[in-house]
Design a protein around this ligand. Structure first.
Ligand SMILES: [Zn+2]
Length: 376
């Protein structure tokens, strides 16, 4: 186990989504179209041609305690400061492509941040995450974007650990965001925080909800907080004490990103959650095909008078199959929620089995179906 596992951002977790990794068994270089194209159009980094870049690369692998199975390429692009990690799924190597503009913008240590960031995308196997354009519905789309933003926070941490210096990492972020180099830039982190505050004061930028990357302001703040964690200082024996534990920091980062992108994901989660809870409760109560007076009272206590009245009239006019259909669709929708929410939902429904009336077997069977649908 590498220390990168220990420092992975906790929201960067595919298991939270009811989705599986992208599978691909194509492992040989003969079939690697990315490598073919790079070898024919970009310049591969070797110590002979690019000694300075090569040194930065070597420093990163030594700091991250990883083997270098990567090919690095420089591609001519004077307009965009970009680096990307291209890899075939399941492959144990990857190609990292850096634009010429980025190389010219950054000094060696700042470049180490970028290299560490990209290398970690491969280490964490972020390319196996389904991409947002594969989403089958809005909840899934928002969750995949949330996951994608989370993966950038993990990668930024690795970038910092690969550069060994938080200020250089932040400077690299600021240079990439502004496109300007040392001549124009004096590093000042508190001014950056002022800009983040200003953005939050005007209630954020809701377009960021659809962005695969968090705002650079959130990313810089996230990195500074990480560098103040107890775990970081303990692991690297800096002789300094951290201010927060990593768990608190991860929550702070998530809250701060939310203030920028808006609460829409939370609101839609809440709606889906409460609808599934109501229909799930009904499934437990009518497991024996009877909705007794006591169960109706309990239902009303949990979901209010209005919902209970409309549920009772619906039960009166509908056949059992159509009610089952409504229950199933509410639970299916909830199966797109994050694992922590699905587990919380299941626990809430499970509590009802002690108060539901009817045959224990029928109730347990209904609960089993709910569990399977929610995939918890
Ligand atoms: Zn990235």
């Amino acid at each position: 186990m590498n220390f990168l596992d220990r420092f992975r951002y906790s929201y960067d977790n595919l298991k939270e989504l009811n989705l599986s990794k992208v599978e691909n068994t194509n492992k040989t270089n003969f079939n690697n179209p990315i490598l073919k194209s790079l070898l024919s159009t970009s310049v591969k980094v070797t110590p002979e041609i690019f000694p300075k870049i090569d040194k930065s690369i070597k420093n990163v692998f030594s700091k991250l305690e990883l083997n270098n199975n990567f090919n690095f390429f420089i591609t001519a692009n004077h307009t965009q400061s970009q680096a990307s990690c291209a890899m075939m799924p399941e492959s144990n190597s990857a190609e990292i492509i850096i634009t010429s503009k980025l190389i010219e913008l950054l000094n060696g240590e700042e470049l180490q941040y970028v290299i560490g960031h990209e290398v970690s995308h491969h280490y964490y196997q972020h390319n196996l995450y389904p991409t947002p354009n594969q989403a089958k519905g809005k909840t899934e789309l928002l969750n995949l974007l949330h996951l994608s933003r989370a993966s950038e926070i993990s990668a930024d941490r690795a970038g910092f650990l690969g550069s060994g210096n938080v200020e250089n990492s932040l400077k690299a972020m600021l240079k990439i965001a502004s496109g300007l180099g040392d001549e124009h830039l004096t590093f000042n982190f508190s001014s950056t925080l002022d800009q983040l505050r200003e953005l939050k004061e005007i209630k954020g930028d809701q377009n960021q909800l659809y962005s695969t990357h968090p705002s650079f302001l959130n990313r810089m703040q996230a990195l500074v907080w990480f560098s103040m964690s107890n775990e970081y200082h303990e692991y690297f024996e800096t002789n300094k004490k951290g201010i927060y534990d990593l768990k608190t920091i991860d929550q702070k980062i998530n809250d701060s990103i939310k203030k920028v992108i808006g609460e829409e994901l939370d609101i839609s989660t809440k709606e889906i959650f409460s609808s599934a809870l109501m229909w799930g409760a009904l499934k437990i109560f009518i497991a024996d095909r009877k909705f007794t007076k006591k169960e109706q009272d309990l239902f009303e206590k949990n979901f209010g008078e209005k919902s209970t009245i409309s549920m009772l009239s619906l039960l009166k006019i509908s056949n059992p199959q159509s009610i089952e259909g409504r229950i199933k669709s509410a639970l299916d929708e909830a199966s797109n929620l994050l694992l922590q929410d699905r587990e919380r939902l299941f626990k809430e429904i499970e509590k009802l089995i002690s108060v539901a009336e009817g045959s224990e077997d029928q109730i347990k069977n209904s609960l089993k179906v709910i569990k399977e649908t929610l995939k918890v």
